[in-house]
Design a protein around this ligand. Sequence first.
Ligand code: AMP
Length: 485
Amino acid sequence: MTDSFSNLSLAEPLARAVAEMGYESMTPIQAQAIPVVLTGKDVMGAAQTGTGKTAAFSLPLLQRLLKHENTSTSPARHPVRALVLLPTRELADQVAQQIKLYAKYTQMRSAVVFGGMDMKPQTLELKRGVEILVATPGRLLDHIEAKNAVLNQVEYVVLDEADRMLDIGFLPDLQRILSFLPKQRTTLLFSATFSPEIKRLAGSYLQDPVTIEVARPNETASTVEQLFYSAQDDDKRRVVKAVLNQRGIKQAFIFVNSKLGCGRLARSLEREGLVTAALHGDKSQDERLKALEAFKKGEVDLLVCTDVAARGLDIKDVPAVFNFDVPFNAEDYVHRIGRTGRAGASGLAVTLVSPSDMRLVADIEKLIKTKLQVENYPLDEDRSRGHVSEGRREERRDDRREERRPERGFERRREEETPRDRRSSFRPAQVSRDPFFEKPYEAPSSEQAAAASWEAAPKTTASRTGISANIKPKRKVAALFKSSE
Ligand code: AMP
């Protein structure tokens, strides 16, 4: 077979690590990129997370760096030789953990630095010397300024998820970082799409790059059934529940456009008896990790998330994806629905379209070059459309305000690492390292998933996971009054 790892003549320690990972053959991006990176050429790769691109750049990079491998304890013998830059903490952590696994049987040292964590342990690790440094741009600049990281011996730089880094506004940070690197180096750039900005970035920093595209960008998998239902805001939750019920789907991602909307929807669904978790940028690192872990274990049915929080995380094969809000950016539609129908499995993507969203649907049509039918979902029960409760009216007012502040651009930046010029005082958060990123998402066992919550009568949110993360326990005020309760 031509795409077998054995064709690469990888050094024994790397081949052993790959075998241990259980990889049988190379993914398309690996088959194309590894031989090129092994020659030392610059690469511009169009590939999303989930395609195996981490191994596509890190295996050849490790192979080329093996000549520097040594067991010396002197930090001077372990300068940074490869720098991998990513936009978010989660992605940085995920990639760093994978690199550690690939480098397991070598003497190469690797480390990860990202914001929101105490700098001290990172500093100690950097001072001991590391050959491969994975970092988010802002925190790396902090370490460069503090002289913890010296980059004058870097031979490889990887700009991973480059489009997202530009989206967040990291360009000035990237330019500064790249100015510290030797001119003579190999630069690898990976991006989900090749926008004009990405091409400009590549034009400035890559030399004669080999372009590699594994799937045409903006292509949706043919295994995903895409449905568009027209729905008023008030009806959307009912449509979600009806579709889940009708299809017998146990777990799903629900995408929304704003952080505020994300928390609110998760709470509403909880009140209706579904076990949900919200994943957005205002959640602490620890909360995000817990939400993802609970979803992977099948303890959470619905993960309500914003684009930024969900982008790139190694959770695959989700049975269904709902676009509760049509994304403002058509490319996000492709990313969102790419969560389902992976690796040949069939998936379902349902987009709920309010009347004012038709322009956004037209953008999606243009991008994926497919005519889309927006249908009515037959919600048969009676409903008192005219009646809107006070609370709901308040929610709607907030929604409209929030709509004007979409989770894009300026607002969106807070979601991820913050570009340097905008950073406020970051408080170090206590973050537990968590191996869940290493494990691909697996559907919960049939026992775990036996009764999807929406199939049963509404239940208390504490039924499966203890008290939901979205609902604060009520304070026992009565006890203060010496009531019997
Ligand atoms: P990535 O796109 O690099 O984040 O990789 C996504 C997932 O695919 C990770 O869980 C990897 O461990 C896994 N993976 C990478 N390469 C292969 C391969 N050749 N065969 C099977 N799984 C792989």
